[in-house]
Design a protein around this ligand. Structure first.
Ligand code: DAH
Length: 342
């Protein structure tokens, strides 16, 4: 082996290695090429050739070999960079920028809350403000002050959750009428949304805990005309241009009392299963505040008169969204709720 032969061999390996490395198209192929160009056989053949050289040429041959090694390492590195770069562009080109964004769950208001907000909004325009009262009530506020005589069968209308020691879960929002009148002297117009509770089965049309909205207007010279005009205005704002009717009714805390119906939203008055063939749907109870309720609250019933109403926003949400079962509103199933949520 001469120095020239050694040079030729180094040159040949430089070319072979270059070809092998640049043929590699991905990381795996490059690893294979790396092992191949510096295989044990190749390393051994070079060291054998070095050993065969005359002693005075070995230094120069060592330099040639080092140069070869650095060159091949450089080619490997360059190829590695090129493969990395194509992989990067390949993986970004798999991102489809025209795909619609994944929808984000933002949360939303419950259908009953939407209905309450809308009702409060309509009455706010008419000068009504919101008043609140406790859900745990005394018997007196829930019944006595509202002119339910003791042991009168009227109290059977409400199956009550008693908490003991004269306390109970309020069966309606009407006690807020008395509490508010005790706090603020008339004239006043209030709306009292809140939960009420009754011992009822949880079925398609009943829930043991349900929302109510109470309304109350007290001033000098308030008459049934105010009641009818205000509630008719409300119904038309809420349901759109629709016919309404008042039916005589009974509540211990109003005299006279009336229930208000709107034309059935589903059949437009023709009669269907939702309105039990009547063409009407009841939306609230109302009446002129009974003088003894005003007196119980410390209001002079000779000077002041008032009207009141109570309605169930759960029922109204059923009408509005055409729901067949009240449990849909209270089951908290987001698959239903997100269809309505705003
Ligand atoms: N409190 C009654 C109930 O829960 C609803 C009601 C009727 C409220 C007439 C009123 C009213 O203020 O005037 O069934």
């Amino acid at each position: 082996m001469t120095l020239d032969e050694f040079r030729t061999r180094a040159e040949a390996h430089k070319n072979d290695a270059g070809v092998a490395i640049n043929a590699a198209v991905d990381a795996t192929a490059l690893e294979a090429a790396r092992t191949q160009v510096w295989s044990r056989t190749i390393q051994q053949s070079f060291s054998k050739a070095l050993g065969e050289l005359p002693a005075e040429d070995r230094r120069e041959a060592g330099r040639v070999f080092n140069e070869l090694k650095m060159h091949v390492d450089g080619v490997l590195e360059e190829r590695q960079r090129a493969i990395d770069a194509t992989q990067r562009t390949q993986s970004t080109s798999q991102i489809d920028l025209t795909m619609p964004a994944r929808a984000r769950w933002r949360g939303g208001k419950h259908p009953v809350t939407l209905v309450i907000d809308e009702i409060v909004g309509i009455f706010r325009e008419l000068g009504f403000t919101v008043a609140l009262g406790p859900e745990s009530e005394s018997e007196w506020y829930n019944f006595g002050s509202l002119n339910f005589p003791p042991d009168h069968p009227a109290m059977d209308m409400h199956d009550t959750f008693y908490l003991g020691e004269g306390a109970l879960l309020r069966t309606h929002t009407s006690p807020v009428q008395v509490r508010t009148l005790q706090r603020s002297a008339p004239p006043l117009r209030i709306l009292a949304p809140g939960m009420a509770y009754r011992v009822d089965p949880f079925d398609a049309s009943h829930a043991p805990a349900f929302p109510q909205i109470e309304g109350l207007a007290v001033d000098e010279g308030i008459s049934f005309v105010d009641l009818k005009a205000t509630l008719t205005h409300f119904a038309q704002r809420f349901f759109g241009k629709t016919r309404t009717r008042f039916r005589p009714s009974f509540f211990p805390f109003t005299e006279p009392s009336a229930e208000m119906d709107v034309e059935c939203r589903l059949c437009e008055g023709v009669g269907c299963s939702a309105c039990k063939g009547t063409g009407w749907m009841e939306i609230l109870g109302s009446g002129m505040v009974h003088p003894s309720v005003l007196e119980a609250a410390g209001v002079d019933s000779e000077r002041y008169t008032g009207w009141a109403f109570g309605m169930g926003p759960g029922r109204i949400a059923m009408l509005r969204y055409g729901l067949p079962d009240i449990r849909l509103l209270y089951d908290s199933d987001v698959r239903f709720l997100e269809q309505v949520a705003e």
